[in-house]
Design a binder for this molecule. Structure first.
Ligand code: 13P
Ligand code: SF4
Length: 338
């Protein structure tokens, strides 16, 4: 099937869905027929999470793609996640639903700017958060996710000189829990940078028993009021295990879908952002993640486009720090089940 110019212009397959079809059934049928798997991040909309073969955080999604034997990986998430899959599985077709699904955090660190920073700081090793482009990963010694950042950074000698980027809030958090002084890139996520401390404290006043769950991409004042700081999977695990029945959740609101599914008897309150202008809800949404819809998933599978391509020379270099991270994580974390 030829890729239409209009699709290229839009960044996704813009074809009408045949009337009267059962979207879910058709998507599952095509997956079987094409030996395709659907991976989804916790921030995508509920309907997309529900149809996926595997839903997880950034680490689990990378671990999963590294071991799947499917021919096609459909990544419902953002662009850097598709790139990570392609780097790990160069022989497979990796599809995303919309090429416009970027990431403000990944955008905050251009490879050429990082290279210049590295040249100014000889003798430093570079640790990159997974929310980066393949070109940035190719300059990196090791990749981390919010699930394993401490574990991976602890694998360096305490006196190793490290640059950490691009998320300054996560970097500050890791510095505080490891006693290191990594040089930090000044990047951030516009979603996690938006939470209102005042709004969270007001919500806590109204729900004094609620525990506050915070993603480390949030700024330090929000981290300070947290009962627990963790990756999306870490926060979910805490909510399942903890005896509390109410939680204020300071991360992208898509995670509430899985939390509510896993603990239907508990109450999850999205932490409010500073402004709801342009968001359309009183929670915090990543507009890039929300570009993933069931209709686009159908069209992506049907037409097998958009594909993710990574320059092979860059992919080869970027694979090493990702593999290093996966090897370190394997020592303590069981890989997600297929
Ligand atoms: P995790 O799911 O790894 O916690 O990452 C959060 C995130 O911002 C993904 O873009
Ligand atoms: Fe990127 Fe932030 Fe969206 Fe995560 S929530 S994908 S870090 S923009």
């Amino acid at each position: 099937m030829e890729v239409k110019d209009s699709w290229r212009e839009k960044g996704y397959v813009d074809e009408p869905i045949p009337e009267g079809i059962d979207l879910n059934a058709e998507i599952r049928r095509m997956c079987k027929e094409k030996n395709a798997v659907i991976l989804a991040h916790y921030y995508t909309e509920g309907a997309v999470q529900d149809i996926a073969d595997f839903v997880g955080d950034s680490l689990a999604l990378a671990q999963w793609s590294a071991k799947t034997d499917a021919d096609i990986i459909v990544m419902c998430g953002v662009h850097f996640m598709g790139e990570t899959n392609k780097i790990l599985c160069p022989g497979k077709k990796v599809l995303v639903l919309d090429l416009n699904a970027g990431c403000s955090l990944a955008d905050s660190c251009k490879a050429e700017d990082l290279k210049a920073f590295m040249d100014e700081h000889p003798g430093y090793k570079v640790v990159s958060y997974v929310n980066t482009t393949a070109a940035v990963k190719a300059l990196t010694d090791v990749v981390v996710t919010s699930s394993n950042a401490k574990l991976v950074i602890d694998s360096f000698p305490q006196d190793e000189k490290l640059i950490f980027g691009p998320d300054k809030n996560l970097g500050n958090y890791i510095n505080s829990v490891t006693g290191r002084e990594m040089l930090l890139w000044n990047g951030g996520c516009h979603v996690h940078g938006q939470f209102s401390l005042e709004g969270i404290l007001k919500l806590k006043e109204e729900h004094p028993q609620a525990k506050i769950l915070v993603h480390p991409e949030c700024p330090a004042p929000i981290q300070k009021v947290a009962d627990v700081i963790g990756s999306t999977a870490g926060l979910l695990k805490f909510a399942i295990k903890d005896e509390a029945t109410e939680f204020i959740v300071a991360t992208e609101s898509g995670i509430l879908h899985e939390m509510t599914k896993a603990c239907p008897q508990k109450v999850f309150l999205p932490a409010p952002p500073e402004t709801t202008e342009g968001i359309g809800c009183s929670c915090n949404e990543c507009e890039f993640m929300k570009l993933n819809t069931l209709k686009k998933l159908y069209n992506t599978l049907k037409y097998e486009w958009p594909t993710i391509e990574v320059d092979p020379a860059i992919a080869e270099k970027a694979l090493q720090p990702i593999d290093k991270m996966l090897a370190i994580s394997k020592q303590t974390l069981p890989p997600p089940s297929l």
